[in-house]
Write a protein that binds this ligand. Structure first.
Ligand code: 7PJ
Length: 258
């Protein structure tokens, strides 16, 4: 899953893709590099980011999805928590709803179900503005697992079939470095529940573990992606698709499924 940020305050690309045509060009490059899914996001969820209103989010993502539709053999994902954005993105051509709030916003469950899109349900402790202030768990793997089980059950009750539901532990979303490492080790437990998505690309743990600044997190991110896949992740969310694909081709060969 290639990441396409269409936010002016995105921490990893500085909003370089705000212009819809430039965003589509970048999306097509992600597809050329081997992305099977392009995840289009208009709400920055980096720690401390302010909320974005619905009209602004629609203005950012819908033109990109409309222009991308039919241009490439790729599933278009929309990274949103807002029911109106889910509906509009589906009409524009999205096939996957990636929600960092796991369809907990009012109206999100029925809206997602009505689109017949696949969904990715992610765990987050708190809200982006404050989530990194004091994350706390007794047993992070068990608590994240229980949350995802409950949200998958709620999605099924709302009419989303099990085969369209993926889950994601939400690395960095209300988690310390130690929480992230424990979750990474515990991924096999979560992977037994449903197809697992892992987003580690360019996150702070890749910087902390390597001692490198923000622009130099590629090698750390690729290592994290490989570990995630060896521990059961089925979809990896990544900014650097070509490098990640190569590394995952190696991991898949070791696993014996390529
Ligand atoms: C994730 C995401 C993630 C899923 C972001 C960033 C922050 N969606 N959206 N999983 N992260 N499913 O890219 O660093 O980890 S935005």
């Amino acid at each position: 899953m290639g990441v396409l940020n269409v936010t002016p305050d995105s921490f990893s690309d500085g909003g370089r893709y705000l212009d819809a045509d430039a965003a589509v060009r970048h999306a097509l490059r992600l597809v050329e590099e081997g992305a099977a899914i392009v995840d289009v996001g208009g709400e920055s969820t980096r720690p401390g980011a302010p909320p974005v209103d619905e009209d602004e989010e629609l203005r950012r993502v819908i033109p990109v999805i409309e222009r991308l539709r039919g241009r490439a053999d790729v599933v278009i994902s929309v990274d949103t928590s807002k029911p109106a954005v889910m509906r509009a993105a589906h009409r524009a051509g999205a096939g996957l709803i990636n929600d960092v709030r796991a369809l907990q916003e009012p109206g999100a469950l029925p809206a997602a179900a009505a689109t017949k899109c696949a969904v990715c349900l992610m765990h987050m402790q708190g809200e982006p503005r404050t989530m990194q202030q004091s994350p706390h768990y007794h047993d992070v793997v068990a608590e994240v697992g229980e949350f995802l089980t409950a949200r998958a059950a709620a999605a099924r009750s709302a009419g989303i079939p099990a085969e369209r539901i993926a889950i994601d532990p939400g690395f960095g979303f209300g988690k310390t470095l130690q929480h992230n490492l424990t979750l990474l080790r515990g991924l096999p437990q979560l992977a037994a529940q449903a197809p697992l998505v892992a987003g580690l690309s360019r996150k702070s743990m890749a910087g902390t573990l390597t001692g490198r600044p923000q622009g130099e997190r590629l090698y750390g991110s690729v290592a994290l992606a490989v570990i995630a896949v060896l521990n059961g992740a089925r979809i990896v969310r990544a900014h650097d698709v070509a490098a990640t694909r190569d590394a995952l081709a190696v991991a898949a060969a070791v696993q014996g499924d390529s």
